[in-house]
Write a protein that binds this ligand. Structure first.
Ligand SMILES: Nc1nc2c(ncn2[C@@H]2O[C@H](COP(=O)(O)OP(=O)(O)OP(=O)(O)O)[C@@H](O)[C@H]2O)c(=O)[nH]1
Ligand SMILES: [Mg+2]
Length: 296
């Protein structure tokens, strides 16, 4: 499926972000651990050039641990500080504090040498819609300072949140980029709920989702819906699988007329709310020199 979503408010949010970057010492980039490649803004290295960086692989509680471990290795090999994170888990706070302070260490020391002692480090939290930026900030702050919600576009404008004396965090609205070069990127972003569902045919998206994950996570689908999925993985098989799930969930419009939209919504509600199991959509691949995620 070809999916694009770049509404006007994102263009505005991007302009604001570029403006605010001038004030920032550290860029905290939140990625979705289930779709690390697709959730990474391809322009980020250019935006954040010269700033201290920290990558957080958020929603790690929803991702496949085996795959997440590979992603950690991937970023480590590139010398990019990376942390696997569940922002809903309050006990992550201590660990993240250490990482943030480590990432800003140089800046704090440079300030000290210049005799600047009381200026807090300023960090900007960036990422695609719905990746958990505001949830992360609330966990870190230990209070509900920023508004959160399980749909894209909850944060509308920027908001500074002060963390004690030494740190200020800037919450930003989620942004995407004008065009996804690869169709898969748009699909994966839609699966994880970073694209407004209203612009997509949800039943078609469910077919794409079933095709995408069936080979690796067949057992999770079968046990969640109590069905036995088709052996193969063609488009026709996906239609049959969606039918089986609709039937198992009693999604009827009228007698013998199944409501595929309803069953598609059930599948995405389950996937996005941790009822399907730990699923990762993307694994790191070997890449050519100089290509891929992030600077060396
Ligand atoms: N399971 C799980 N859910 C999370 C995690 N972090 C955030 N969420 C949930 O993801 C949804 C989106 O969180 P937000 O913090 O509003 O996301 P955001 O990045 O600020 O989104 P926008 O403001 O729309 O750009 C909420 O339902 C959160 O509860 C996490 O680490 N694990
Ligand atoms: Mg937000």
């Amino acid at each position: 499926m070809k999916i694009q979503w770049y509404p006007g408010h994102m263009m505005k949010a991007k302009r604001q972000m570029l403006e605010d970057l001038k004030l920032i010492d550290l860029v905290i980039e939140l990625l979705d651990a289930r779709a690390v490649m697709s959730s990474r803004n391809p322009e980020i290295d250019q935006f954040a050039n010269g700033k201290a960086r920290l990558v957080l692989l958020n929603k790690a509680d929803l991702a496949d641990d085996r795959v997440s471990a590979k992603w950690v290795e991937y970023f480590k090999a590139k010398n990019i500080p990376v942390v696997l994170l569940n922002s809903k888990d309050k006990s992550s706070k201590k660990r993240i504090e250490t990482e943030v302070m480590e990432a800003c260490k140089e800046k704090i020391e440079r300030n000290k040498r210049r005799g600047i002692l009381n200026r807090p480090v300023r960090a900007m939290v960036v990422g695609i819609p719905n990746v958990g930026k505001s949830t992360f900030i609330n966990m870190y702050a230990g209070k509900a300072a920023a508004k959160t919600g399980n749909k894209p576009g909850v944060t509308k404008g920027k908001q500074w949140i002060r963390m004690g004396k030494m740190l200020e965090l800037l919450d930003t609205p989620g942004i995407l980029w004008p065009k996804f070069d690869d169709e898969m990127v748009g699909e994966h972003l839609a699966f994880i709920g970073s694209i407004n569902d209203e612009i997509i045919s949800i039943a078609d998206l469910a077919l794409a989702f079933l095709t995408d994950i069936k080979e690796r996570y067949r057992n999770l689908l079968e046990s969640r819906y109590g069905v036995s999925l088709e052996e193969d993985n063609t488009k026709e098989d996906a239609v049959k699988d969606l039918y089986k799930i609709a039937k198992a969930r009693n999604c009827l419009k009228s007698k013998d007329n199944y409501d595929y939209e309803k069953s598609a919504r059930i599948i995405f509600d389950d996937f996005r709310n941790d009822r399907l199991g730990k699923i990762s959509l993307e694994e790191p691949t070997l890449e050519k020199e100089g290509e891929g995620l992030g600077e060396e």
